[in-house]
Design a protein around this ligand. Structure first.
Ligand code: SF4
Ligand code: SF4
Length: 315
């Protein structure tokens, strides 16, 4: 069995994934109770999809019947972010092409190799942020890092600038549990202290999504952002990297090897005025394959209008 795991690991590394791990598929009962409480407290904000499919979300066997192993994978997206010094800030993960498309192709390739070389009858499904599954918990169980006080998966040698992905398979590939990496946050509170909207619980590990800038600038579809957040956005127009930037473990981050994630050339040059005057046609041309299409031009203009005073006061 370890040979099969090694073969799959090799294929994942060939596709550019930074790491891969295997966990036995089972119901996540403790996490299910936590999720129920989180939802009942209204923490998902208007992300009502988090209130649906609770059973599927915490049990991969229900999500994909027959699943015996959850294969977790991480893909590095880190790169220098020119929007940090110029123009409205865009989260580093969104500087290049939409990761769903880039990573799905790679997951498909690995799955095809499993079917062609290992198990022709294998029943496989793969996801990257595209199904109700607790990605971080599976990655933690697979020995790929710990979930930090900023609620992100952190690896002691690689940091947290990663996309997560999963392959669910009906082969028993995880007879032994992977060695789980213990929590290394210790007494650090940098992310909690730096979060400008106090979205991270004082004790850490839980995010109040409806206070998080990523939610406000991407998921929130309202015409306006609540004025309570005026002056607190620190120039972020799409997502927010603050709780990653301050995390000491990200000093180990290295630039991504994936061409698809290399930033759109114009992205660091766009001023607030450029954004406000942008036509739909220009937006479609520049951001044809970008995650920014999730927010759309209308949403980006709303965000840029909202943060403008912060940017002026930044000087
Ligand atoms: S992404 Fe930004 S707003 Fe959200 S929790 Fe992290 S620091 Fe706070
Ligand atoms: S900034 Fe500190 S507390 Fe927050 S996730 Fe990183 S190590 Fe943990």
């Amino acid at each position: 069995m370890s040979d099969l795991r090694q073969q799959i690991r090799d294929w994942a590394l060939e596709e550019g994934f930074a790491a891969i791990g295997f966990s036995k598929a089972e119901s996540l009962d403790k996490e299910a109770a936590f999720l129920k409480e989180w939802v009942s407290e209204g923490r998902p904000g208007k992300m009502s999809y988090l209130e649906r499919n609770e059973d599927l979300r915490t049990n991969p066997v229900l999500l994909h019947p027959g699943t015996k192993t959850v294969i977790s994978l991480v893909f590095n997206y880190y790169q220098e972010n020119p929007t940090m010094t110029k123009g409205p800030k865009i989260s580093t993960y969104a500087l290049g092409r939409d990761y769903h498309k880039v990573l799905k192709k790679k997951l498909k390739s690995i799955s095809r190799k499993i079917i062609e070389n290992i198990a022709p009858e294998a029943n496989i499904r793969y996801f990257t942020d595209s199904a109700p599954i607790l990605e971080k918990e599976w990655a933690r169980r697979a020995g790929l890092g710990w979930v930090g006080k900023n609620a992100l998966l952190i690896h002691p040698k690689r940091g947290s600038y990663f996309f997560l992905a999963e392959i669910l398979i009906d082969l028993d590939l995880a007879p032994e549990p992977e060695k789980v990496i213990r929590d290394h946050c210790g007494t650090c509170t940098r992310c909690i202290d730096a979060c400008p909207t106090d979205a991270i619980d004082p004790e850490g590990y839980t995010i109040q999504a409806n206070k998080c800038i990523s939610y406000l600038t991407i998921e929130l579809k309202d015409d306006e952002i609540d004025s309570a957040f005026k002056g607190k956005m620190e120039g972020w127009a799409f997502g927010c990297d603050i709780c990653q930037q301050v995390c000491p473990w990200n000093k180990f981050a290295t630039p991504t090897v994936e061409e698809g994630f290399v930033r759109v050339p114009q992205i660091g040059e766009l001023t607030p005025e450029d954004w406000k005057n942008m036509t739909q046609e220009t937006f479609e041309t520049i951001f044809l394959q970008s995650p920014l299409k999730r927010t759309g031009l209308k949403g980006m203009k709303r965000n840029v209008e909202f943060i403008d005073p912060d940017m002026e006061s930044d000087g």
